[in-house]
Write a protein that binds this ligand. Structure first.
Ligand code: 5GP
Length: 209
C-alpha cells in the first residue's frame, strides 16, 4: 500500500489484570514496526523477571509525586484503591506521535479517560474482557509474584475495571490469544486509514494526475 503521510495514533488496551492485554501488546509490537510501547512509571515493586526501563520505570513514591508536579506525566492514577501509582511519561509519547508513529498503552480505565480528554482525535480505546472471572482468577494464580492478599485485591479491582467497558470504542473477549491479536491488529489498521488521520491525502490526490 502507498505510504501516505498521517498523524500517529494512541491505541489504549485496557483490561483487568490477567485478561491477557500484555500478551496481546507483545504480539502486536512484534509485527508492527511503527508501533511504540509506552513504558509506564510505577511505584509498585518489580515482579520476578521484570526489568526497570523495559516493563516499567520503577520509582519511589517521592519520585512519582515529583514527576506529577513537574507535569512529566500525560496521565496518572492509583489503579487499585489504596495501592500503587502508575503513570504515562509524556515525552516519549509526544516524540513518537510527532514522528508519525503510533503508541500502544497498557493502562487502566482512569488513564484511558484522561488520555481521551487530552487527545480526543487521536485515541482508539480497546477493552479486553476475560471469558469469565473464574478464568481470570486462574490466570492470576499461575502468575508468579502476587500473594493471596494481592490476588484478592486484583479480583476486586477486576470487577471495578470491567464496569467501565462502556467508555471504550471497541470491546473484545480474549478466549484465544491469536484471535484477540488479529482483532486488535484489524482495529489498529482500520484506525490508521481514518480519513482525518491521513494528512498526506490532499497531496496524494492532487498528484494522482
Ligand atoms: P500491573 O501491576 O499488573 O502491572 O498493572 C496493574 C494495572 O495498572 C493494569 O491494569 C495496567 O493496565 C495499569 N497500568 C499500568 N501502567 C499504567 C499507567 O501508566 N497509567 C494507568 N492509568 N494505568 C496503568
Amino acid at each position: 500500500m502507498s505510504a501516505i503521510a498521517r498523524r500517529g495514533l494512541c491505541l489504549v488496551l485496557a483490561a483487568p489484570s490477567g485478561a491477557g492485554k500484555t500478551a496481546i501488546t507483545r504480539a502486536l509490537l512484534a509485527t508492527e514496526p511503527r508501533l511504540h510501547l509506552s513504558i509506564s512509571v510505577t511505584t509498585r515493586a518489580p515482579r520476578a523477571g521484570e526489568v526497570d526501563g523495559v516493563h516499567y520505570h520503577f520509582r519511589t513514591e517521592a519520585d512519582f509525586i515529583r514527576a506529577t508536579r513537574a507535569d512529566e506525566l500525560l496521565e496518572w492514577a492509583q489503579v487499585l484503591k489504596g495501592s500503587h501509582y502508575y503513570g504515562t511519561p509524556r515525552a516519549p509519547v509526544e516524540a513518537a506521535l510527532a514522528a508519525g508513529n503510533d503508541v500502544v498503552f497498557d493502562i487502566d480505565w482512569q488513564g484511558h479517560r484522561q488520555l481521551r480528554q487530552k487527545l480526543p482525535a487521536d485515541l482508539v480505546g480497546v477493552f479486553v474482557l476475560p471469558p469469565s472471572l473464574a478464568v481470570l482468577e486462574a490466570r492470576l494464580r499461575t502468575r508468579a509474584g502476587d500473594d493471596e492478599a494481592e490476588i484478592v485485591r486484583r479480583m476486586r479491582g477486576a470487577r471495578d475495571e470491567i464496569s467501565h467497558w462502556g467508555d471504550f470504542d471497541h470491546v473484545l473477549v480474549n478466549d484465544d490469544l491469536a484471535d484477540a491479536v488479529t482483532a486488535v491488529r484489524a482495529i489498529l489498521h482500520a484506525a490508521r486509514l481514518a480519513t482525518a488521520r491521513q494528512t498526506g491525502l490532499p497531496g496524494f490526490i492532487s498528484g494522482l494526475g
